[in-house]
Design a protein around this ligand. Structure first.
Ligand code: F0G
Length: 452
């Protein structure tokens, strides 16, 4: 039924400027009149609902697709295709992204001071980060629109994801990353998937500036998160989460903030779910940044959201080492609309939270751990109440930054930094590898002492 509706052309999306409201061409990133960002709208939904279906039929349809062997149905993004821009099935590039697990984190809940804590682990996507959910849509659009080259500036995860989707879709990809400022595992992914990879002697914000000019001059399709199709794909994490929760909204969703597209995407999804009758109330969406990369926190606290305060970003959570976030207006709207908040956390707080998530047998990369560190602060402030339901969005896999993890456990993560003396508080969480003689007695003795 949905397929027929789609064939009949009932599902139409458009790009609209978030500033002046003008409609833009399908392959643009900014409004030609006021230069603001674009977002996807679906005018047909008002009268007919997505693909002519109501929320009850959509829930059933999406659930049925779990048992299908079709690639698009096996994707946790395209399974929800009625609420996405239309892409012909043969143009879809999927690596079976989405369908990520929701885990209970009982020990982290205790550490944070809440009764129950869930984590939606987007690091369990094919390239190890949430970027895959957006990339499948934007890369498919690029292929459908006839582009041969795609490009991004990245702190490492977008580039890994883009390189993979470009390779799967037969496209060439260009990656600009800050030299020495991304984890080697992310860099290695981009090389392995065949991207033309350039390390620029600047930071992420500098890479964005260079790339914006390159795409003006060359027929290259930009896959940074200002790309409105990426936001649409990233939206599906919220549909998937709410489906998992039986379409009951949690009280809080907590998201890390870098370029601020992910919080925007999750907020857009919830707005649409409410509009379409999937849910009756919005969860509060809160965005957590690292203290050293806190432009949104400063923007809200110092200008009440009037104008962006860019910062010179510095944090060991390299994924969110971003000082001039492109999607700040969209994220601000989401925080206001959902009565959420912003918070910032220190390097020590991030390292501790990452170790606590690791000790649950789950793990994540440092940028994802800001969510737990932020939650602890929000509980202390009384913004999150003990009995309220909270979902952390973990954005990247623990193997994305093995160097951080190793240094943490060896005890030298903060050596030579201003945090060195404070880092003594982390000792009880560190498990350094032990070097022993190859002797049975030595191992047994160690085991005995560990049991005490
Ligand atoms: N978490 C991880 C693991 C990330 O890689 C990023 C962003 C974020 C959180 C922040 O998400 O930008 O939507 O607010 N990484 C980008 C990249 C910038 O290039 O990989 P955001």
């Amino acid at each position: 039924m949905a397929e027929q509706a789609i064939k009949a052309g009932q599902r139409v999306s458009e790009l609209r400027c978030i500033g002046c409201g003008r409609i833009a061409l399908a392959d643009r990133f900014r409004c030609e009149h006021c230069r603001d960002l674009l977002e996807t709208i679906y005018p047909g939904w008002d009268e007919r609902g997505p693909a002519g279906l109501d929320h009850t039929s959509l829930k059933r349809l999406w659930n049925e697709r779990h048992s299908s062997l079709e690639p698009a149905d096996q994707s946790g993004v395209w399974r929800f295709r009625e609420i996405l821009p239309e892409i012909p099935r043969e143009q879809i590039i999927t690596i079976r992204e989405g369908n990520t697990p929701v885990y209970e984190l009982p020990r982290c809940a205790k550490a944070a001071g809440v009764d129950q804590l869930l984590a939606k682990h987007q690091g369990m996507n094919p390239t190890g980060s949430f970027k895959d959910t957006g990339m499948t849509v934007a890369a498919s659009f690029a292929r459908q629109a006839g582009y041969r080259w795609v490009a991004c500036a990245s702190t490492g995860n977008t580039s890994a994801s883009m390189a993979a989707y470009a390779a799967r879709g037969g496209l060439h990809s260009l990656v600009l990353i800050p030299d020495g400022k991304i984890s080697w595992s992310k860099l290695s992914q981009s090389l392995d998937y065949g991207a033309l990879t350039c390390q620029l002697k600047t930071d992420f914000d500098g890479c964005v500036r260079v790339l914006n000019e390159v795409v003006e001059r060359m027929p290259v399709y930009l896959l940074n998160s200002v790309n409105p199709y990426r936001v649409e794909g990233q939206k599906t994490v919220a549909f998937e989460l709410l489906e998992h929760l039986g379409w009951e909204s949690p009280d809080h969703i907590i998201v890390p903030g870098g370029n601020l597209a992910n919080s925007s995407a999750i907020g857009k999804a919830l707005r649409e779910m409410k509009q379409l009758g999937f849910i009756s109330r919005l969860p509060k969406i809160s965005v957590i940044q690292a203290e050293g990369a806190n432009p949104l926190v400063r923007t809200i606290r110092e200008t009440d959201g009037e104008r962006l305060i860019p910062v010179h970003a510095d944090t060991m959570a390299t994924a969110i080492r971003i000082g001039n976030p492109a999607s700040w207006k969209k994220a601000l709207r989401v925080i206001r609309e959902t009565d959420g908040t912003v918070e910032q956390v220190s390097e020590i707080e991030i390292a501790l939270a990452k170790a606590e998530i690791g000790a649950e047998g789950i793990g994540c990369e440092p940028a994802s751990a800001v969510t737990l560190a932020g939650l602890k602060k929000l509980v202390k402030q009384g913004f999150v109440k003990r009995h309220e339901s909270v979902v952390l969005v973990l954005t990247g896999h623990v193997l994305k930054d093995a160097e951080f993890t190793l240094k943490f456990h060896r005890g030298d993560l903060f050596a030579g930094t201003p945090y060195e003396s404070e880092s003594a508080t982390l000792k009880s969480h560190q498990r350094s590898p032990l070097v022993l003689d190859p002797s049975v007695d030595a191992v047994i003795e160690l085991l005995r002492s560990a049991e005490q």
